[in-house]
Write a protein that binds this ligand. Structure first.
Ligand code: 13P
Ligand code: SF4
Length: 311
């Protein structure tokens, strides 16, 4: 079957099964073309909350499907590829976080949305990379423990110096964290006229050289709206390709060949088609996110607070 034949079947099955497809911007172009909603982690959360369809399929990683389920307990939520997880989401165990909370009970816990539902149950508020600074500023608490991403945490700390923000040592996105200052200097030497646009999951030594720091969507919007023509893109490599496709008159260069997320690349168009076929036949083969009402309630509190403090 060709890609366009598969896409045609996907569109028909979405209609037939009353399903919305939510795809993170790091997904492949052929998936984005069939999705109802595309965007960064925050946009997917907002869209999940307002989706009208009975079924949701997430093309991304597991915490995104869990977030969609938490925001839509009455809907069936599926992850298109059950093996796609975010390594950062697993870096801190609920037991370790519980011990940290016990040691400092006066600190509120802010969690990057890239965490498991089990961790979210212990947190006061979630943030995504797009609204992290504003959310932390809007929190009533003055003393905060931020988990798990140390790089995003360092970025927030600099922007919100008036609050006492404690970070953990272990957390990071292994993909963005692999980029070094040498990589930026090399890219800048190769493309001296290009602006450097970087995701805050990168190290402080990399952010130091950025002309713009922002979420996946923030970077895309900045590049599209800029009057400049050349950009070095410091986030997942697919964004460099998507921007080049959407703005053929501009030039986009990947900051480093290392920023490639294997988990985000795991989902294929056949995975999406197979999931929809399974939903249509109700054969139980699709990977559905199942959570108890109590877990949804406990993990949902910090996501609802994220939406509240973003407004
Ligand atoms: P955003 O979607 O918030 O930009 O985060 C990027 C990412 O790494 C998602 O896992
Ligand atoms: Fe997780 Fe990093 Fe991949 Fe995003 S890019 S899913 S944070 S490993």
């Amino acid at each position: 079957m060709t890609i366009s034949e598969m896409q045609e079947q996907i569109r028909e099955l979405k209609q037939k099964t009353n399903t919305a497809v939510l795809a993170h911007s790091y997904q492949a172009r052929e998936i984005l073309e069939t999705a109802d909603i595309t965007g960064d982690s925050f946009q997917l959360s907002v869209a999940a909350k307002s989706a009208e369809q009975r079924n949701l399929i997430l093309c991304g990683v597991k915490f995104m499907a869990e977030t969609a389920k938490i925001l839509n307990p009455e809907k069936h939520v599926f992850l298109a590829n059950k093996n796609a997880g975010c390594p950062m989401a697993e870096q801190l165990t609920p037991e370790t976080l519980a011990a940290m909370k016990k040691a400092e009970p006066d600190r509120a816990v802010a969690a990057y949305i890239n965490t498991t539902a089990e961790l979210k149950k212990l947190c006061d508020v979630c943030v995504t990379s797009s609204g992290a600074v504003q959310i932390v500023q809007n929190m009533e608490a003055e003393k905060i423990l931020f988990i798990p991403d140390r790089n995003l945490g360092e970025f927030i700390k600099k922007q919100v110096p008036e609050k006492d923000i404690k970070l953990i040592d272990v957390g990071c996105c292994p993909v963005h964290n692999a980029v070094t200052a040498e990589d930026v200097l090399k890219a800048k030497a190769n493309y001296p006229d290009a602006l450097v646009l970087v995701h805050p999951e990168c190290k402080p030594e990399v952010l130091k050289y950025a002309d713009y720091i922002g979420s996946t969507t923030g970077i895309m919007e900045f590049a599209k709206n800029s009057s400049k023509n050349e950009f070095i893109i410091g986030t997942e490599m697919s964004i460099t390709a998507h921007l080049q496709y959407e703005c053929p008159e501009k030039h986009f260069y990947a900051l480093s060949g290392k920023i490639l997320c294997a988990d985000m690349k795991m989902t294929t168009l056949p995975d999406l088609l197979n999931t929809l076929q399974s939903v249509a036949q109700n054969d139980g083969k699709a990977f559905e996110i199942i959570m108890s009402d109590e877990d949804i309630k406990q993990a949902g509190r910090c996501i609802e607070n994220m939406l509240k403090y973003s407004g």
